[in-house]
Ligand binder design. Structure first.
Ligand SMILES: [Zn+2]
Length: 428
């Protein structure tokens, strides 16, 4: 018996047309796409004209397990992902212990298999314990299923260590995924360095702490031939550097978060730095930086959207701005908030261009299945309602985290159905 998704409108990724089609799923694959498919002997879900998209892929989430299960678990985080329309997420290794061995890759795959609501792809760390001193066994991590290597949460300060990591990664064709942060420039900053940080008397993190590291790593990628993927780009010079690297034909890709596309440090200014739900790393920056990120997204410099979903406990985020942990949740509303602001309200980009940033491009860049709905290929599917408007309500989150500056904002484009490898993982 198959799963028949009837009466939906399938987005054509080439021309952006919405085409009335039924989609038949058998096992883990899309069996047929046609204007009308007989319902006999199939489980039928009536989609009522809602829009059928390839399942979203988020290459940057923190699921916190093992070690910080009070913040999130693979079970709750992947449930949140499914609710947000995601069928694959890549989880960061800054857990406790750090995901730095093949055994820990297997641990994540096993827990996700048992308790997960989407495919979970672990990153292995670049350095043991993310201490920046000694390289992990990159070949063994890759063999155990690491989707890439990264020390996300901290930057790799040692240039010689990064150079060696890139040499090995290039020989194994493993993506090197960088949290670019020069700690000597960032110091103990808690927001963007500039007029607002000065006015509030808070220590700042200059954009240069990000862009200078990206410049170094682009040059290392040039020398070694490694695929460099820049995490959560946020600064205008950073975007310019990636644009230059691409123009030189280097294997450099990047991602941007919904918050760096839509928010600036002005929201911290307006609340006098009193609300740590606005604290994130890299920090919310200036309008000039935000515009640069938007331009980079539109012209193809920025390949994909990633949420950097970073749940924390409520009491942690109630601390003063200076001492509270960095991070926002994002999985459950990333698509609605960007669809509403960038497609519906401002027409900055079209629906199919946005969907490519959410699904097709991450699949292509990281050589993953999915990203398209094609007969004979994996049935990773998201159905969204582009009409109904609802406010973002943290009380409804499946995630344990409630920390978002978008709470209360109204949006359209909510997920009504998610199918991961042929299995329904979320239904509104
Ligand atoms: Zn990071």
């Amino acid at each position: 018996m198959g799963l028949l998704l009837r009466g939906g409108r399938v987005l054509n990724l080439e021309n952006g047309e919405l085409e009335s089609r039924d989609v038949l799923v058998e096992g883990k694959k899309v069996a047929r796409i046609a204007s009308s498919i007989e319902a006999d002997a199939h489980e039928v879900v009536d989609l009522g004209g809602h829009v059928v998209l390839p399942g979203f892929i988020d290459m940057h989430v923190h699921l916190r397990q093992p070690g910080f299960e009070g913040k999130e678990t693979i079970e709750t985080g992947s449930k949140a992902a499914a609710r947000g329309g995601y069928t694959k997420v890549a989880c960061m290794p800054n857990t406790r212990p750090v995901l730095d061995t093949p055994e820990l890759m297997k641990y994540v795959y096993d827990v996700a298999q048992r308790e997960g609501s989407c495919s979970v792809l672990p990153y292995g760390s670049i350095s043991k314990g993310e201490l920046g001193e000694e390289l992990t066994d990159i070949a063994a991590l890759r063999a155990a299923g690491a989707v890439g290597i990264t020390d996300d949460g901290v930057g790799v300060q040692s240039s010689s260590l990064m150079r060696e990591a890139m040499r090995i990664a290039a020989s194994l064709d493993v993506p090197v995924v960088i949290h670019s942060e020069d700690e000597d420039l960032a110091k103990d900053g808690c927001m963007n360095e500039g007029v607002v940080s000065k006015r509030l008397g808070l220590p700042g993190i200059p954009g240069l702490a990000e862009s200078a590291m990206i410049a170094r790593d682009i040059l290392l990628a040039q020398e070694t031939g490694a695929h460099l993927h820049v995490c959560h780009i946020s600064d205008a010079w950073s975007v310019e550097l990636v644009r230059w690297a691409k123009s030189m034909g280097l294997r450099v890709t990047t991602e941007v978060t919904p918050h760096h596309l839509l928010l600036t440090e002005s929201i911290i200014d307006e609340t006098d730095g009193a609300d740590a739900n606005m604290k994130v790393n890299p920090p919310l920056r200036t309008e000039l930086d935000r515009q640069a990120c938007l331009k980079g997204l539109l012209d193809g410099t920025i390949d994909m959207i990633a949420t950097d979903h970073a749940p924390h406990m409520e009491e942690e985020k109630k601390r003063p701005f200076r001492t509270a942990p960095f991070g926002f949740v994002g999985l459950e509303f990333a698509f609605p908030v960007l669809y509403t602001e960038l497609v519906e309200k401002s027409s900055a980009l079209s629906l199919h261009e946005l969907v490519k940033k959410f699904a097709t491009n991450p699949a292509d860049v990281f050589k993953l299945s999915g990203g398209r709905i094609v007969e004979g290929e994996v049935a990773d599917i998201t159905v969204v309602d582009l009409e109904s408007e609802r406010a973002i309500n943290p009380d409804e989150f499946f995630s344990k985290g409630r920390n978002t500056p978008f709470a209360g904002q109204k949006a359209k484009g909510w997920t009504v159905l998610t199918v991961n490898e042929g299995r329904i993982t979320y239904k509104a």
